[in-house]
Design a protein around this ligand. Structure first.
Ligand code: CO
Length: 136
């Protein structure tokens, strides 16, 4: 494999919607061996954080059926919910999105589960993937 220089935005985490953390945590933590990373709950979801190199996997379990993850799982079942990119300049990136007509879910950044600023983009502008942006 050729050495591709790794630079630019990195994947901060992949959010996976699950029915029950207890059911799936043993696979990611014990079988794959991803170490636990304590995270705060956010957006009506209990979050189990797991390290995967410089990125995280966030297992997201709904605290109630009417939370965003609850609705997602009811409609589509468990699966990848969103991808979060850490960008060098969150405000400038959001400004570029706005200028390009990319619909923002969060018009201004707010605090996410890692205690950093985050903002979600609308999947209609990102090939159907719910994209979250965060500070480095
Ligand atoms: Co996230």
């Amino acid at each position: 494999m050729t050495d591709v220089p790794r630079r630019g935005p990195r994947i901060a985490h992949v959010g996976i919607a699950v029915r029950a953390l207890d059911e799936i945590l043993p696979f990611y933590r014990d079988i794959l061996g991803l170490p636990d990373v304590p995270l705060d709950d956010a957006d009506g979801a209990r979050i189990a954080g797991l390290a995967a190199g410089e990125s995280l996997v966030e297992l997201l379990e709904a605290e109630s059926p009417d939370s965003p993850i609850g609705k997602f799982v009811a409609k589509r079942g468990p699966g990848i919910h969103h991808i979060c990119f850490a960008v060098d300049d969150l405000d400038a990136t959001l400004a570029r999105c706005r200028a390009a007509g990319v619909r923002l879910i969060d018009e201004t950044p707010r605090l996410g589960a890692e205690g950093k600023r985050i903002a979600f983009l609308h999947p209609g502008a990102t090939a159907g993937v719910l994209v979250e942006l965060t500070d480095p």
